[in-house]
Design a protein around this ligand. Structure first.
Ligand SMILES: Nc1ncnc2c1ncn2[C@@H]1O[C@H](COP(=O)(O)OP(=O)(O)OP(=O)(O)O)[C@@H](O)[C@H]1O
Length: 569
């Protein structure tokens, strides 16, 4: 238990500490200091109010009108200061939490998009739902961290302030409290600690899985509708909901036993302090008001020493969230940090080379299940296009992935020009959410290109009326749903013509087009300075390339001159 807790504490620090040392540290520490001041104010007001409550109760018992009204007036005066102190406390706390969340989200996002982790971590079994971790777990982390930090500090202040009051009234009550609180905390941690944290961890995952399956239905609505796959989807979503539901049922059960313990523990204290000092009040040694003060101080000290017990449910949820963020953070630090002992080696990458070349490249699938290409060496000189051919599943797309650096399992060396000089067109074009203008400029939105040039570009890819019928270059539509696959492929080609990279890698990028359109687009590309590397199943494409690389699917390969090559696939 001890080592688990220490680990958790370390994990917490790993995630939390960078913000407090960052460029925002001064405002962060400033806000925290203000919060502590406000907390101190809260404790002071609580002590003073408790004192005056005892005072006017004693005044009532003594039927002393003057003393009573004096205490009431003082109480009201204290409230004038207490109310804004309490309200400001929450305002400052939540503002600090919000700033921390912004900073931490930004940091995770940069790491997620850096080194293309969003791609390499995709589908990793150890890392479910990174989206939920970024959108929700970070928010919960920052809010809960402040919440617990402050209640711990608040509890310490409360303990210091009220235990003095209580000590002045009765030593027995203090001794009793210490034993009572320690035993309660130990029982809670021992009995409920692990199971509740585990259940909360699973709950977060299952809720995220459920949401993801619903998002998928929204994204793939048309395919599901065409297949009439509603029953299958419904079953799948029900299954995921069932898992979340069952886990939550277990959580409720665990929570029930925790509540039984918590309420038994705290309700006993309604009578215990009065029982322990009753004799001294009855004998006249203490005033009645003292009993009220003692009860108030007792409750305050008890809630201070019982913070773990009282907040155990949310603490276990917090611990589960820390674990999820910690795993995510380690995955973002790279495979070595995440403990990924991949069987295969890595293909070395050299960027900024004058031309594309492969030196003794052996390419494997990411999990090293299959060797797709063995010891491949070739160079693609400028103007000398390469066409990759072979039967379906032999590894053509995978080789292209390796060429652009997405896959690197294997050995050998790939030399490639600077990434800005290469553009990849996948078979399924990516249509971003945004205007027609941003589709054309993607992925470099910052370029200043005039409307006339963009309209001319649309004409060049045989989409002359697209802007007009869509409502102009700035119209925002769901392009993936409103354009046919062939139109999307032509739009993607327009990006290529606009960018005019030195190398274009086309993975069946014209598969949905008729031959005339395909010929027209390739011809446009040939007029520029772009060297092509294509995967395709049509022999008509050979014309635009100088060499052919043929893969046999078992690691074997052969190169041929494109001219005179006989297409067999
Ligand atoms: N992420 C992955 N993990 C493991 N294996 C994969 C992965 N992606 C693809 N594969 C496997 O790698 C092999 C090559 O796939 P690839 O997509 O490169 O084939 P291809 O030659 O482009 O096929 P097609 O002509 O049908 O598009 C296939 O057997 C495929 O199942």
């Amino acid at each position: 238990m001890k080592s688990v807790n220490r680990q958790l504490w370390q994990r917490f620090l790993d995630i939390a500490a960078p913000y407090w040392c960052s460029e925002e540290r001064w405002s962060a520490w400033g806000r925290l200091a203000l919060l502590l001041l406000l907390l101190l104010g809260q404790t002071a007001f609580a002590v003073l109010l408790n004192e005056q409550t005892g005072e006017f109760t004693s005044a009532l018992a003594a039927r002393d009108e003057h003393r009573f009204w004096q205490a009431i007036l003082l109480c009201l005066g204290l409230l004038v200061g207490a109310v804004p102190t309490y309200a400001c406390y929450y305002w400052v706390r939540d503002t600090l939490g919000n700033h921390w969340r912004r900073w931490l989200t930004q940091r995770f996002l940069l790491r997620y998009f850096g080194d293309r982790h969003y791609y390499s971590l995709n589908g990793l079994a150890a890392l479910d739902n990174p989206d939920q971790r970024i959108a929700e777990d970070i928010n919960t982390f920052t809010q809960r961290s402040l919440f617990f930090l402050l209640i711990l500090i608040g509890a310490t202040m409360q303990l210091t302030a009220f235990s003095q009051v209580l000590w002045g009234i009765s030593h027995t009550l203090v001794y009793f409290l210490v034993v009572y609180a320690i035993s309660g905390t130990v029982i809670t941690l021992r009995v409920y600690g692990k199971p509740l944290t585990g259940l909360n961890f699973r709950q977060l995952k299952r809720e995220a899985d459920l949401r993801y399956s619903l998002v998928r239905v929204r994204e793939k609505a048309e395919s599901i509708a065409l297949y009439r796959g509603e029953q299958q989807e419904l079953q799948q979503i029900r299954h995921r909901f069932g898992l979340a539901y069952d886990n939550f049922r277990q959580l409720i059960r665990g929570q029930f036993f925790l509540n039984l313990f918590q309420y038994g523990y705290s309700m006993l204290t309604l009578v215990l302090p009065s029982m322990l000092i009753a004799e001294r009040v009855l004998s006249g040694e203490l005033e009645v008001g003292m009993a009220v003060r003692a009860a108030g101080a007792f409750t305050a000290v008890l809630s201070a020493v019982s913070v773990v017990i009282d907040n155990f449910e949310s603490l276990s949820r917090f611990a589960a969230g820390i674990e999820r963020l910690d795993v995510f953070s380690h995955q973002l630090d790279g495979p070595a940090a995440a403990g990924d002992k991949r069987a295969a080696g890595r293909i070395e990458s050299i960027e900024g080379a004058p031309q594309l070349a492969l030196e003794r490249v052996t390419l494997q699938t990411p999990g090293a299940e299959r060797v797709l290409v063995r010891e491949l060496s070739l160079a693609v000189e400028p103007g000398q296009g390469l066409m990759v051919v072979g039967a379906s599943g032999c590894g053509k797309s995978s080789l292209l992935r390796a060429i652009v650096g997405l896959w690197d399992s294997g050995s050998g060396k790939i030399l490639r020009p600077h990434p800005d000089e290469i553009m990849f067109l996948p078979q399924q074009p990516y249509m971003l959410l945004g205007s027609l203008r941003s589709q054309l400029l993607y992925p470099r939105q910052e370029r200043q290109v005039g409307d006339q040039e963009l309209l001319a570009l649309l004409e060049r890819v045989n989409l002359p009326d697209l802007a007009e019928r869509s409502g102009g270059l700035d119209a925002e539509l769901d392009w993936e749903k409103t354009l046919s696959m062939g139109e999307q492929q032509r739009l993607a080609f327009a990006r290529l013509l606009l960018t005019q990279p030195r190398y274009a890698i086309l993975d069946e990028a014209t598969s949905a087009l008729d031959l005339a359109n395909e010929r027209w687009l390739y011809q446009q590309l040939m007029d520029g300075q772009t060297t092509l590397i294509s995967v395709g199943h049509r022999s008509t494409l050979l014309t635009y390339h100088s060499q052919v690389l043929e893969l046999d699917g078992n690691g074997g390969w052969q190169t041929h001159l494109a001219q005179g090559y006989r297409f067999e696939h």
